[in-house]
Design a protein around this ligand. Sequence first.
Ligand SMILES: Nc1ncnc2c1ncn2[C@@H]1O[C@H](COP(=O)(O)OP(=O)(O)OP(=O)(O)O)[C@@H](O)[C@H]1O
Length: 575
Amino acid sequence: MTPTPSTATSTAARPWRPRCLVPGIVPAAGIGGLALTSGVALTATSGWLITAASFRPQILTLLAVIVAVRAFGIARPVLRYVERVKSHDAALAALAEDRGRVYDRLIPLTPARLGARGRGDLLAGVVDDLDDVAYAQVRVVVPLVALAITGLAAVLIDALFLVPAVPVVVSTIVATLLVGAVDWWIEHRTQDEVVAARARVGDVAATVTRDGAELAAIGAHAEAAAWLGDAQRRLARAVRAQSWGRALGVGLMPLVAAGHAVWMAFLVEPWVQAGFRTPLAALLVLTPIALGEVIGAIPDAVGSLARAQGAAARLRRLLDQEPAAARSEESPSEDAPTPGPRPHVEARALEASWDGRRPALTGADLDVAPGEVVAVVGPNGSGKSTLLATLARHLDPTGGTYRLGDLDALAQTPADVRTHLAIVDDEVHVFASTLRENLRLARPDADDEEIHEALRLAGLGPLVASFPDGLDERLGTGGRGVSGGERARLGIARALLSRRPVLLLDEPVAHLDHPTAVAVLDDLTRASTDRAVVLVTHRPEGLDDATRVVTLSPAGGPDAGPGTGPGAGLDAQPG
Ligand SMILES: Nc1ncnc2c1ncn2[C@@H]1O[C@H](COP(=O)(O)OP(=O)(O)OP(=O)(O)O)[C@@H](O)[C@H]1O
């Protein structure tokens, strides 16, 4: 069976959308609104109290207002605290759930749809974007709901004492929203440029620090410093353009509050002139000053909204892609047919394309029996990794057949096929955990004896023996450092522990020096006596131990001679 290739531009069946309001955020925002309303009431009543005291009213009246001032004074921080706890609880619970959902969607897109960025870089970007989307609940929903509640309370108070003051409050809220909208528009428009410029600075800085010695060797360090300077200037320009929105918001919001206070002062001036209701006049004039706290939160809220929208758009572009292999979302099934304990890998005239247009692999034939190590070599871009991705069912082939033992591997779901494969590449991740847990990822029910055996076969026996805590030794961040060779061996130990009968290795020793690479591959070959191993490599090490060497030539590229075409992109020789 040959599935139809999917293209990067088609849309996924269920588009990914961020949630507008997560459960629990509206009640939390309501509490936040009450906290801010208490703050406004505190300022207004204390203004009333100070002014009224000079008129020596009845002591009972004063006492009642003193009690109100104290109540508002206590309610404000208590309600604020409850709002903080509840809104963060709601946002963090939603974030945990959303991360799980996003990772579920990323897995079928790996590696074909992840673009040229490294996996770590991509994951860090996804984590940051999800954080921005989740925190918009706290930073956008809460201040907006609070503004609505406090504004309503101010309208009601004004309507109670001075009806002409109602348009003043309403126009303050409208002016706040207008300034907020302009701030949002500027921040939103410049968001993509800021993100791109920041990424560029990170990329250039990483290149300059990583390859500093080589750049100096070819006398290009001045040029590299100039790249960094250009990237930094572009970022500064983008951030400056974005800051206009924030500056406008932060600068105009106090003016809005002050204008409100002055307008109100004009309205109550006749009362003061007549010596009538002076304390109430103070209350009404102070209300807009107190509202300034609510209004002042709006520039931050719209900045967060612009960031969250930019982050959501990036996530949508990534997650709404169609996986490169059909039925990738399906989990392994209990009753899937099995190819037998030690299947033979057999591919005939395999062809594949990543984008549905440009061929990346043409006419590859492969036969790997249990106990054999077949090395796949060829120039850059000849399709070695594409062949492995097709065998791993990360990519549907555009032509050819692929069998695992008696099983037509292309008729099975990718997840079912992968239960028979162990895949090791040159980016073996070491988790910040114990050695045991790092290994048991491959087979959670493995006991210590089996873990020791896998480590020994991968050539890590002496190293583990030197660990004071043995399998409990902590690795990765905060634990013991792991060298490149140990990392590669760790990946191989995981693959051996998984007990899967087919090993697909994509340049597992790419970053190792010659003697280490030879030692790692020797150990691997010795440990794989009953497994079928496909080893993609650029380097000569390991080829002596290989049963056969298969050479790929670029699909339709300049190396493809007259015989190129289906079945001709490959040349097999004994190892
Ligand atoms: N994930 C991907 N998405 C899109 N195109 C890809 C992807 N991986 C590889 N390609 C493209 O497929 C073609 C074959 O690349 P592939 O990585 O399979 O070659 P390779 O022989 O493994 O190269 P190298 O030796 O550089 O690793 C290239 O044109 C490459 O740009």
